[in-house]
Design a protein around this ligand. Structure first.
Ligand code: E4P
Length: 213
């Protein structure tokens, strides 16, 4: 499973990128708005740092406008992936952009059927939001498992991005069930790195060393 970071904050991306395991970035309108900077500049900065897929979402809700917006965003960098919400106009947009060889990430996916339709419309990635499903009392991981099963069973080329990750167990279970990618917030990546026994072990090794040398 490849690791993406789910943020538009360049400092967070720089820090995590420097550790060598980062394969891509996902943003969304909320995350870009949080930066309070010109969004295309932020996207350009991210693309110049991370040489992997960078998802940026369209804001229009109608096919022609979504396509125009997608084409404009795709011109920023060859690694841009257009995030398109899973709705009727979104599916049309995914097909049009796929026919133009523009990569897409079908976002706001909450069921396996939505993922199947996005894949058949030509989506490069599908992003089930597992945390938001948990938030309303459904099982996000169950939906993720169904999507992975269907993609594998039917030999679809679309890759699955486990999104809306809330804690390290979401990452662990996504990896165990064979998700291609997980897009993870900065704070959760930090939680994944730290372990109290590692910290205690490092401290003890240093203490023992200093007592003799
Ligand atoms: C994914 O691409 C989305 O940006 C993100 O995972 C949404 O997560 P949230 O439910 O924490 O907002």
């Amino acid at each position: 499973m490849r690791i993406f970071i789910d943020t538009a904050n360049i400092e967070e991306i720089e820090e995590i990128h420097s550790m060598g395991f980062l394969s891509g970035v996902t943003t969304n309108p909320t995350l870009l708005a949080r930066e309070k900077k010109e969004y295309k500049t932020v996207v350009r900065d991210i693309c110049s740092l991370v040489k992997g897929p960078v998802s940026v979402e369209v804001l229009s809700l109608e096919h022609d406008h979504m396509v125009a917006e997608g084409k404009e965003l795709a011109r920023i960098d060859p690694n841009i992936v257009i995030k398109v919400p899973l709705m009727e106009e979104g599916l049309k947009t995914i097909r049009t952009l796929a026919d133009l060889n523009i990569k897409t990430n079908a976002t706001l996916i909450f069921s396996a059927n939505q993922a199947l339709l996005a894949a058949r419309a030509g989506a490069t990635y599908v992003s089930p939001f597992i945390g938001r499903l948990d938030d309303i009392g459904n099982s996000g991981l169950t939906v993720l498992a169904e999507i992975i099963e269907i993609i594998d069973l039917h030999g679809l080329e679309t890759e699955v991005i486990a999104a809306s990750i809330r804690h390290p167990i979401h990452v662990l279970e996504s990896a165990r069930m064979g998700s291609h990618i997980a897009t993870i917030p900065y704070s959760i990546i930090k939680q994944m790195i730290r372990h109290p026994l590692t910290d205690a072990g490092v401290e003890k090794f240093l203490q023992d060393w200093k007592q003799v040398f």
